[in-house]
Design a protein around this ligand. Structure first.
Ligand code: ZN
Ligand code: ZN
Length: 418
């Protein structure tokens, strides 16, 4: 087959057009001959069209910056940088903030990408104390065999009333302020001030009574390490300052000739020989919160705190039997569960449990036949434990039962594996 050039092909088209008598479709035809300039003109037209199409496509793909798109979506003018800056300058800070929030999806995604999402103004949920908050075994367990297996789990440590320091640590690391943290753990409180330099009488570790300013006393507390998250340290020292004043007001140790002792179990952990130069963050936290205290009806509150509540704080009356304090209300604490040592597990058989219980006269019931941990606080702690055995039956405080098992809290659950 002979290979034709484009012009030859065009000429053949012309002949065909004449044959079919449709040659007049070539509007530029002059006296039966297609002018030679028609081909370059067509090519030029095609190139021109290609350039125009390419220009349109590139204009469309060259989209404006994301924030301008958002402005368009928000009904704002998609202006250049200068105009936008002018708009921003004209806004109050509140308006700028609300504009940021209105930006929507991207902001939300950025928040999710962060390790921990920190809302600007967190609203803590309030939880009513109901029977549903109770945990642990609901029925007494009959011990049927010495080989019967029991898996105990103990949550948290200490009494669980007031502020939970493991939860404080987690909240502070998530960006919550000392005031927010305190407002979560203590209900119905307000904040006030006191004289930071008032003198208090402290019974030191060596048994001698020291007279110190409130500030000097706080410097020497040993409740948390200096590496504790800073807002948590501030929360701690506001609570400790408040607690100290509540001890003086109540006359907790007035009969003993001093205001507060150095025991963490009784009052607050204090060491008169503490080398405070090695605790710069603690000193700073005391100084930065100078004079700040928590009040209920104008009085400093009994600002109790503990190591870890085990997931639920307690009403003061359920633990200490004292008059209910409106600011010491139990509530679920979802913040301490990530701390190491939150739960301690003990897997033993009935014979081993019997051995542990019989090691103390308070819990020794001979051959173990029954354990009953159904008497619980609303926060899920064992209030009393009923133990039955060959020597009879005993009902002991939850703390006594916990101690026999080597636990640091009465928030105890167990499962039986026959
Ligand atoms: Zn004391
Ligand atoms: Zn807690």
């Amino acid at each position: 087959m002979t290979r034709l050039g484009f012009w030859d092909f065009f000429e053949s088209l012309k002949e065909r057009a004449e044959f079919w008598d449709v040659s007049n479709i070539f509007s530029l035809r002059v006296k039966g001959r297609i002018p030679r300039w028609l081909l370059p003109a067509c090519i030029a037209c095609v190139i021109g069209l290609v350039i125009i199409v390419a220009a349109v496509v590139s204009t469309r793909s060259d989209s404006p910056p994301k924030n301008e798109v958002k402005n368009i979506l928000n009904g704002q003018k998609a202006s250049g940088g200068t105009d936008k800056e002018k708009q921003e300058k004209g806004k109050s800070p509140e308006e700028k903030d609300s504009a940021k929030k209105d930006d929507g999806t991207d902001e939300d995604l950025q928040s999710l990408e962060k390790d921990e999402y920190v809302p600007e103004n967190p609203v803590f949920p309030s939880f009513p104390l109901t029977a549903a908050a109770r945990t642990g075994e609901r029925t007494p367990t009959r011990i049927t065999s010495p080989s019967m297996k029991l898996i105990f789990k103990c949550y948290g440590r200490a009494h669980g009333v007031g502020m939970c320091m493991d939860g404080v640590s987690a909240l502070a690391r998530s960006g919550y302020s000392a005031t927010q943290i305190l407002s979560f753990y203590y209900s119905n409180i307000s904040f006030g001030t006191c004289d930071e330099y008032q003198k208090i009488r402290v019974k030191g570790r060596n048994g001698k009574i020291l007279t110190l300013s409130l500030r000097e006393y706080l410097y020497r507390l040993t409740e948390e390490p200096d590496s504790f998250p800073y807002e948590g340290l501030k929360a701690l020292y506001i609570a400790a300052r408040t607690y100290t004043l509540s001890c003086i007001r109540r006359g907790k140790h007035s009969r003993d000739g001093f205001d507060i002792c150095s025991s963490g179990g009784c009052c607050q952990a204090f060491d008169e020989n503490k080398n405070i130069s090695k605790f710069p963050m603690s000193i700073r936290a005391v100084n930065e919160t100078a004079g700040q205290i928590m009040l209920y009806e104008g009085e400093p509150i009994i600002a109790a705190y503990c190591g870890s509540c085990g997931g639920h704080t307690e009403n003061n009356e359920d633990i200490w039997g004292s008059r209910p304090m409106p600011y010491l209300r139990g509530k679920p604490d979802p913040y301490c569960s990530s701390s190491p040592g939150f739960v301690k597990t003990l897997e033993i058989n009935a014979a081993q449990l019997e051995s542990k219980l019989s090691s103390s006269p308070a819990t020794n019931v001979g051959r173990l036949k029954l354990i009953d941990l159904t008497d619980r606080t609303p926060g899920g702690r064992v209030r009393t434990a009923r133990l039955g055995g060959s020597l009879g039956e005993k009902t002991v405080k939850g703390s006594v039962f916990a101690k026999a098992l080597g636990f640091r809290s009465t928030k105890i659950e167990y499962t039986i594996i026959e």
